[in-house]
Every structure is written in structure tokens, then in C-alpha cells.
Design a protein around this ligand. Structure first.
Ligand code: HEC
Length: 95
């Protein structure tokens, strides 16, 4: 499953700044609500190409393949959907 690969890669490369579990921190963007999450192209422009490198978000092209970067996006989308479901009051039996 892409989201499982993404989870492992997220924990290794992204959590240090964007917080474990993709919950977001007080200073950095909450990736679950990032505009870039909705578009594979925008996500890749930021994470692979380094579109925001002047603002402290480096390119990960040296450490992650495009497939891995897309897997991280799948993981964050999964996390975002889980939280939306929770907010809607639904019970999630298993994660
Ligand atoms: C060294 C700290 C750092 C690490 C590690 C890091 N980021 Fe970021 N990231 C940032 C900062 C700072 C910003 C905000 C840039 C800005 O203000 O525009 C950002 C912004 C982003 C955005 C844009 C958010 C939006 O609002 O659209 C995405 C997407 C993103 N990061 C994904 C990732 C992913 C995926 C990883 C792991 C591969 C990662 N980041 C690792 C610091 C980091």
C-alpha cells in the first residue's frame, strides 16, 4: 500500500519539521490542510523540485524518488481523511 510506504518515509524525512502523524505543528504548515495536498503536481513541485526552498522547505529529490514522494502524499491524504471522519463523529474501529 502506498500509504504505508509514505508513512515510513514521512516519519524519516518530514516529521522532524511537520510533526509526527502529520498533525502539524504550531509554526509549520499542517500538511493535512496544505493547499499542495490536493494536487500531485504542486506537491511534487514543492517536495521534489524545491519550489519553496527559499522559505525553508528544501527539495527532497536527493533522498526520495517521485514515487516515494507521491506515497507520502497518499499517506497525508489518508491521515487527513481519518481526521475528517473523526471530526464528523464517526467511530473508526481500526486504523
Ligand atoms: C527542515 C524542515 C522541513 C522538513 C524536513 C520538511 N519540511 Fe515541508 N516545509 C517546511 C517549511 C518551513 C514550509 C513552509 C514554507 C513556506 O512558508 O512557504 C514547508 C512547507 C511544505 C509544503 C507546502 C505546504 C502548503 O501549505 O502547501 C509541503 C507540501 C511540504 N512542506 C511537504 C513536506 C514533505 C512531504 C516533507 C518530507 C519529505 C517535508 N515537507 C519536510 C519545512 C520542512
Amino acid at each position: 500500500r502506498a500509504a504505508q510506504v509514505g508513512q515510513a518515509k514521512y516519519a524519516r524525512y518530514c516529521a522532524v519539521c511537520h510533526a509526527p502523524g502529520a498533525v502539524g505543528s504550531t509554526v509549520l504548515p499542517d500538511l493535512r490542510r496544505a493547499g499542495a495536498l490536493e494536487s500531485a503536481a504542486t506537491w511534487s513541485a514543492v517536495v521534489h523540485d524545491g519550489a519553496l526552498k527559499d522559505r525553508g522547505m528544501a527539495s527532497f529529490a536527493g533522498s526520495l524518488s517521485k514515487d516515494e514522494i507521491e506515497a507520502i502524499r497518499a499517506y497525508v491524504i489518508k491521515r487527513a481523511n481519518e481526521d475528517k471522519a473523526l471530526e464528523a463523529g464517526k467511530k473508526i474501529a481500526r486504523r
